[in-house]
Design a protein around this ligand. Structure first.
Ligand SMILES: [Zn+2]
Length: 203
């Protein structure tokens, strides 16, 4: 066991060389995984604001892995337990510092009986609200901001406007009042994709 150059604790060090600030000088060093994650999060927040980068937190995959930890292989349990809190703090920090946030999920699986499966994407806005966004900001991350991460691949997405694809859902409740309704497919009363209705009663 060696000693982390940043926190001074005995720890397994990551394979990467990083730079730590010692007496105002950046000195190459090796650090523990927790210090490395903390350093990345601090650097990432400042560079995101400078460059206009968009943060896609994909909190769903973290929450779903934590909620189904018995199904997760040991190596991944170790990793998820290490990063779950740091990830949550990083998203909150980025939000508080004005970094643009878009919704994504990193959903892995397909099948109605499985966790972290397609169709449960609507849980992500609720996770973002728990990390600090208002319900309307979380909805904006999912609708207006998410297409910006695709640039020219989604030229007609992200606005309810003439000339844009009519990708629209309707609900039986107000998600601004209760963001959790987006997580329940039964509350989604209709879905249109490019103007064509694919869920809900015929008009
Ligand atoms: Zn450390």
């Amino acid at each position: 066991m060696t000693t982390c150059s940043a926190c001074g604790e005995p720890a397994k060090l990551t394979p990467r060389e990083v730079f730590v600030l010692v007496g105002g000088e950046l000195v190459p060093a090796r650090v523990c995984a927790a210090c490395e994650a903390r350093a990345i999060r601090i650097v990432a927040v400042s560079t995101s604001r400078e460059t206009g980068a968009i943060l896609v937190p994909t909190r769903t995959v973290v929450e779903d892995l934590m909620a189904n930890i018995a199904m997760v292989p040991d190596y991944a349990v170790t990793k998820i337990e290490l990063v779950a809190d740091i990830h949550a703090q990083a998203v909150t920090r980025a939000y508080e510092h004005g970094v643009t946030i878009a919704m994504g999920t990193d959903i892995l699986l397909t099948g109605p009986d499985l966790p972290n499966t397609w169709g449960t994407n609507g849980a992500e806005p609720g996770h973002l609200v728990k990390l600090g966004l208002s319900p309307l900001e979380a909805i904006e991350a999912a609708t207006a901001t998410a297409p910006l991460t695709l640039g020219p691949q989604a030229p007609r997405s992200g606005q309810l406007a003439e000339g844009y694809d009519a990708d629209v859902i309707t609900l039986d409740a107000d998600p601004v009042a209760d963001i959790g309704v987006l997580a329940d497919p039964d509350r989604i009363t209709a879905v249109w994709t490019r103007g064509r209705k694919v869920k809900g009663a015929a008009a």
